[in-house]
Design a protein around this ligand. Structure first.
Ligand code: PLP
Length: 392
């Protein structure tokens, strides 16, 4: 097989050896069973929870809670819908929900659902990849119905923009201390140093398959204040697993894989960040000599490069590169299949025609210098050959 060069790490990652080993070693029992087989599974589940919790800076006997889910999408849905359903609301003015513009569909789409039920949803502009904190302040000061939920992603999955979640959370709390402040940290997890407490958020979403574990596990961090105020309820009634917040027998194999990958990623976080930065430096250096433009955010994560190829449709380049064993994506993988316009690029301020010509290159510490060289060569040859075809 010819060599492959994978630059779609923000869509999914290859499970690490440790993650696969943990998966196959997992107990098969039901953690809710009280016999020995179940107890073995329950012990493994407890250890996995503690391991992922450590990566978030949760102390051993924390009053905060880490809920295992099946994926980041489920965690975001539980956070938003679980908050909206937690209290009896006045049907005329059920409440205000604030989101950053261009959130992932797993938060944006449940918000649209709530909008149809009468909630007011306000999207905070993110032009140039920065949260507009003045707009947020004004929104908070002028909100008709109380703000019940505010969600700000840590890193945008399409542009790599890093948002100032800490300042946004503090502003929301100053005006509405009871609001649930949520952070979708799927793209920032194990790529930046942060804790939910440091960000000042109440709930926070993680996804296992973005950090070199298998698919099938995610997590939702919920702080003690949210639990105490009963600001979260289950959205899927059932057997009451995961503290009653996420019913359904836990997928222990995937969860153990998640914990193993999380521990590994956390242990090597600084070197992985430095390695990615070096690869990104090489990538940017090479891109500078090509006929391309970067949608460069005010503050960006090295792992994601949003690149405009003037006059070339992103799908065309995607196929061209794919034929050479080089894999990138057009916008975000999840949105790309649906052929919908990219809300994130639009919110960033990218024109519709540039958005059509934007590819996302997402890399991490598992990429190599050879990968970057192959990508740059592929891009240079692809641009030349596609431009030749156009002028024929
Ligand atoms: N949030 C962000 C920012 C994402 O990038 C993704 C996936 O791309 C998700 C949530 C959804 O995660 P999952 O694929 O685990 O449902």
């Amino acid at each position: 097989m010819s060599t492959e060069h994978y630059f779609d790490q923000s869509a999914t990652t290859r499970p690490s050896d440790a993650a696969v080993a943990a998966l196959t070693a997992a107990a098969w029992g039901n953690p809710s069973s009280v016999h020995a087989v179940g107890v073995r599974a329950a012990n493994e589940l407890r250890e996995a929870r503690a391991a992922v919790g450590r990566t978030l800076g949760m102390p051993r006997f924390s009053q905060d809670r880490l809920i295992f889910t099946s994926c980041g999408t489920e965690s975001n849905n539980i956070a938003l819908l679980g908050c909206a359903r937690a209290k009896k609301r006045d049907p005329a003015h059920p409440g205000t929900v604030i989101l950053s513009a261009g959130e992932h569909p797993s938060l944006e789409n449940p918000a649209i659902l709530l909008e149809k039920e009468g909630y007011t949803v306000v999207r905070i502009p993110t032009a140039g990849g920065a949260l507009d904190l003045d707009f947020l302040e004004k929104t908070l000061a002028e909100a008709d119905a109380p703000v019940i939920f505010a969600g700000f992603m840590l890193v945008n999955n399409e542009t790599g923009a890093v948002y100032d979640v800490k300042s946004a959370a503090a502003l929301v709390k100053r005006h509405f201390p009871d609001a649930v402040v949520h952070c979708d940290a799927v793209q920032g997890y194990l790529k930046r140093k942060f804790t939910p407490m440091g960000l000042g958020v109440d709930t926070l979403t993680l996804s296992a398959h973005k950090v070199h574990a298998v698919r099938g596990a995610g997590a939702l961090y919920v702080n003690a204040a949210t639990l105490k105020r009963r600001n979260l309820t289950a959205v899927m009634p059932g057997g009451g697993q995961e503290g009653g917040f996420r019913s359904g027998t836990e997928n222990l194999a995937a969860i153990r894989s998640f914990a193993a990958a999380a521990e590994e990623g956390f242990l090597h976080l600084e070197e992985n960040i430095a390695r990615t930065a070096e690869l990104r430096r090489r990538l940017d250096e090479g891109l500078a000599s090509l006929d391309v433009r970067l949608n460069r955010p005010a503050e960006g994560l090295d792992n994601i490069a949003s690149v405009v190829l003037p006059g070339i449709r992103s799908e065309t380049m995607l196929n061209e590169l794919s034929g050479r064993g080089i894999y990138v994506s057009a916008g975000s993988a999840c949105a790309a299949n649906s052929k919908k316009k990219s809300l994130a690029l639009e919110a960033f301020g990218v024109s519709a025609s540039d958005a059509d010509s934007t590819i996302r290159i997402s890399l991490d510490y598992t990429n190599t210098e050879e990968d970057v060289a192959a990508l740059l060569e592929g891009l240079a040859e692809g641009i030349a050959s596609l431009q030749r075809k156009r002028t024929r």
